[in-house]
Ligand binder design. Structure first.
Ligand SMILES: C[S@@+](CC[C@H](N)C(=O)[O-])C[C@H]1O[C@@H](n2cnc3c(N)ncnc32)[C@H](O)[C@@H]1O
Length: 281
């Protein structure tokens, strides 16, 4: 007989809590450094692919261990990269590994605490770190990475930031912490689009009121005082897209959030008339 989830649930909950209490330092506890456990090669490849890594990217692995993610980014994706690692022995080993792989010019390593490092130039960030460290890193990511930067993590998530994509990777060889399947997560750093925005066009005055929680946006819009019915509102990095109806006719907007302006174009009516719009605060 297959065990029912209802019967297994208390056991699973107890197991999850036991793991979690080890991972999250309580007040006054000594903070444990995430141990050196490697990401399997097939997971490394999927993480870099999930980030859409290109030769133009600058990949930073936080807690880089033996350097495998930064080395794979250079060797298989042609990207430059930097691994930040607390343990000097692992940094020395990473440099040897990068030379052996023929990518020492592209894959660099430094002994550094990720909580004190400046990785604001990264376009792709990877991490396989414990939840308490992930929790401390999420505000740093939001403040310092440019909108559109991709963050890919192995196994661990941010406490309240919903991932943009989740993928499961079957493992060729069972992993000591992940078993026979790893989960990887993608987050795209959102621009700050929150606030009240206005624009003008021959059709009249436009207004947008945007409420934002990470990449999730709630938008109220009007044109010449008439409310637009927004059916879809999406923010991915600095790209804002809206669609819905205006007085029963289709309406869409695609634009980029560029600091204190949102520039783009609206598509109006059945004839899909294009109107350039620049919203300011
Ligand atoms: C789970 S291993 C991941 C290694 C590698 N990124 C991978 O995925 O195979 C975590 C690594 O982070 C390093 N680490 C832990 N805390 C760190 C910190 N605050 N700053 C830099 N490195 C850290 C550990 O020494 C360890 O090598």
């Amino acid at each position: 007989m297959r065990p029912s989830f209802a019967r297994l649930a208390p056991l699973l909950t107890a197991f999850a809590l036991a793991l979690y209490s080890q991972a999250v330092p309580a007040q006054g506890d000594t903070v444990t450094t995430p141990p050196f456990v490697t990401t399997p090669p097939e997971v490394v490849d999927r993480m870099l692919a999930l980030a859409g890594t290109l030769p133009s990217d600058y990949v930073v692995d936080l807690g880089s261990g033996d350097g495998r993610i930064v080395i794979a980014a250079a060797k298989k994706f042609g990207a430059r990269g930097l691994g930040l690692e607390l343990d000097p022995k692992l940094v020395a080993e990473s440099r040897v590994n990068a030379s052996a792989a023929g990518v020492a010019d592209k894959a660099q390593f430094a002994v550094q605490d990720v909580l004190r490092a400046d990785f604001s130039k990264a376009t792709v960030v990877t991490a396989y770190l414990l939840p308490w460290l992930m929790a401390q890193l999420s505000p740093i990511f939001l403040d310092s990475l440019r909108p559109g930067a991709r963050i890919v993590t192995h196994a661990f998530v941010f406490p309240s930031w919903r991932p943009d994509r989740v993928e499961k990777v079957r493992l060729a060889v069972p992993h000591p912490s992940q078993g026979d399947e790893s989960t990887i997560y993608l987050w795209v750093v959102p621009a700050n689009s929150r606030g009240f925005w206005q624009a003008a066009s021959p059709e009249g005055k436009w207004s947008l009121r945007i409420d934002q929680n990470f990449q999730e946006v709630d938008v109220e819009a009007t044109l010449a005082g008439a409310p637009l019915k927004i059916a879809n509102a999406r923010l991915e990095g600095d790209r804002l897209s809206l669609s819905g109806t205006l007085r029963g006719a289709p309406f869409a907007f695609r634009g980029r959030v560029e600091g204190s302006r949102i520039a783009g174009e609206a598509e109006l009516g059945a004839d899909k008339r294009i109107t350039p719009l620049v919203f300011t605060k």
